[in-house]
Design a protein around this ligand. Structure first.
Ligand SMILES: Cc1cc2nc3c(=O)[nH]c(=O)nc-3n(C[C@H](O)[C@H](O)[C@H](O)COP(=O)(O)OP(=O)(O)OC[C@H]3O[C@@H](n4cnc5c(N)ncnc54)[C@H](O)[C@@H]3O)c2cc1C
Ligand code: FES
Length: 511
């Protein structure tokens, strides 16, 4: 990432938050004992807490910031088992049986979400839609044909078509029928209310930092408080407690961008994603009585890549060319994790820590995968058999894809670790404009500086507190992002996203 980049104006909060008021919850202020401690207040943690509260367990849901403020509030919210071009690849890497289980688990998750919406009578703008992967290139046409063959092999209801139901030209598209889309926060708010009514305890602004694993696990918070429970569920992207599972070596973080526009051409059916890179993902939604479009893509590893503004500009250009833009409403970005074989890690964190469960690695398909996780975690805790346990087990090892991906993931980390240390920044803090951030040279050493809109300077040590890689400036979100495992820090160095747990060191610089 370039060190010199122009900052972009801030936009309002992501569109999902604009329409809904999520209740606020207190901080944990004393040690407590419950049946199950669930850490992470996104769709994964909330759905898991909901299911376990429904089973009569006393639960505590612990969130570092506010509920529903992480990736779940920044999603596109397509509910689908069409996770890009995946099934042909999975047949080749993990085999037909496992690929089929992955598909079926996601279909069951969609059914569960539909049933829950019906059962609790949730008004969350759910619409049934066909999902399409499209291409305009010959190279990807052959890949779509292989994916179509995989659909046939796995019994997936889909067709290769040469036209989309909207005014948008493509060479071909692979359609998966009867998928859905919704408003994720409208769906989750009633689940939070259910947890409250079932006497579940919910704590915000409470960061879990460790598990003291004795007979039973004790969650320790950053303020030294303890939550005693029979099971702990880590629904925090990188698990806040690793238990020597070495999760940072087995997953990588990718950021993705979204813009919301009022289009010239109205789209009122279907959900779309292209087959090639850079990704272009499109869905319509109703916003203040008008049909608008969410256009996403431009994913890249966190802390790496071109200045943020160029990603938004690329999406804007695509939206302009494809649909016309009447009004540019919102833009935001978020990140999610990908595992070595692209299948989430759901289950016991390691074989030695049977009572600490993890759910992560949803590869930007976490609306259904988080629900797969919640259903599976519930069964593991209750002791029910679940036929998807093996395919998602974090302890699986599918030699073929994993070894290659393990090496490339960790070589990439090593490269960034070394490159960052060798870089000698030339910029001086005096060169910074107001509302600009950059890596700078402070007394011959690399440092990160941001000058706010009033000219106040904030300087931090750029050494990531996770494993020591050098962080980079993200001009879109005004954060410091780590290229190794995707930790993110605020301008004053506080942790926004892990795996890092400690803040960056502050540097007091008198100008
Ligand atoms: C741009 C984008 C578009 C996407 N579009 C789609 C889509 O169309 N369909 C789809 O299926 N999926 C999509 N996804 C993926 C999906 O949004 C995510 O997989 C899903 O929201 C992840 O939910 P989560 O609950 O696991 O994480 P989050 O919502 O991020 O929740 C995790 C929570 O854990 C908290 N936390 C972290 N560490 C700690 C700690 N130590 N102590 C306490 N709390 C902690 C965080 O503060 C956070 O609130 C998209 C993702 C992105 C980035
Ligand atoms: S996130 Fe691992 S070194 Fe920064």
């Amino acid at each position: 990432m370039s060190n010199e980049q122009v900052n972009m104006p801030q936009f309002p909060e992501p569109i999902w938050k604009a329409a809904i008021d999520i209740p606020k919850f207190p901080k944990l202020i004393e040690d407590i004992e419950v049946d199950i401690a669930i850490v992470g207040g996104g769709i994964t943690g909330i759905t898991t807490a909901y299911l376990l509260a429904k089973e009569g367990y006393k639960i505590a849901l612990i969130e570092a910031g506010e509920l529903l403020n992480g990736t779940t509030a920044h999603t596109t919210a397509k509910i689908t088992a069409q996770h890009g071009l995946i099934y042909d690849e999975l047949i080749n890497t993990v085999g037909k049986e496992q690929a089929k289980l992955y598909y079926e688990a996601n279909c069951e998750a969609i059914d569960f979400m539909r049933n829950t919406i019906r059962e609790l009578d949730i008004d969350c703008d759910l619409t049934d839609e066909d999902a399409y992967i499209y291409t305009d290139s010959d190279e990807y046409l052959s890949k779509l044909k292989l994916e179509e063959k995989a659909y046939e092999e796995l019994g997936i209801d889909g067709d290769l078509v040469n036209q989309l139901p909207i005014d948008f030209q493509v060479k071909a598209a692979l359609k998966m029928k009867n998928q859905a889309q919704f408003h994720p926060l409208k769906y989750l708010k009633p689940l939070v209310e259910y947890i409250q009514q079932a006497n579940g305890l919910i704590f915000e602004n409470t960061t879990a930092t460790d598990v003291d694993y004795q007979d039973l696990p004790l969650v320790i918070t950053s303020e030294g408080l303890k939550v005693k429970s029979k099971y702990v569920c880590a629904c925090t992207h990188f698990p806040f407690y690793d238990g020597l599972g070495f999760y940072p070596t087995r997953m990588y973080a990718e950021r993705s961008y979204l813009i919301a526009i009022k289009p010239e051409k109205i789209v009122s059916e279907g959900m779309y994603i292209n087959a090639e890179q850079p990704t272009r993902s499109v869905r319509y939604m109703n916003h203040n009585g008008e049909s608008i479009l969410l256009v996403g893509g431009e994913n890249h590893k966190t802390g790496q890549g071109i200045p943020t503004i160029l990603h938004y500009e690329a999406l804007e250009e695509f939206a302009h060319q494809s649909f016309g833009i009447k009004e540019y409403l919102y833009r935001w970005s978020a990140q999610d994790l990908t595992t070595l074989d692209k299948i989430p890690y759901i289950g016991q964190i390691t074989n030695n820590h049977q009572n600490v469960l993890v759910a992560t690695g949803f590869r930007k398909w976490g609306m259904t995968n988080s629900t797969v996780a919640a259903l599976l975690l519930k069964d593991l805790i209750i002791g029910n058999t679940n036929r998807f346990e093996e395919v998602f087990s974090p302890s699986r090892f599918n030699g073929n894809p994993s070894v290659k991906e393990f090496l490339s993931t960790n070589l990439d980390v090593a490269k960034h670790l070394i490159e960052g240390k060798l870089e000698y920044p030339l910029r001086d803090v005096r060169d910074l404009q107001n509302d600009e951030g950059s890596v700078v040279n402070v007394n011959g050493k690399r440092a990160g500086a941001y000058r706010d809109e009033e000219g106040k300077l904030f300087v931090v040590d750029t050494t990531c507190t996770h494993l020591g890689c050098e962080i980079e400036w993200n001009s879109g979100d005004r954060t410091w992002d780590c290229p190794c495992h995707g930790s993110r820090f605020s301008i004053v160095g506080d942790v926004i996203e892990g795996p890092a747990e400690s803040p960056l060191e502050k540097i007091n610089l008198v100008e």
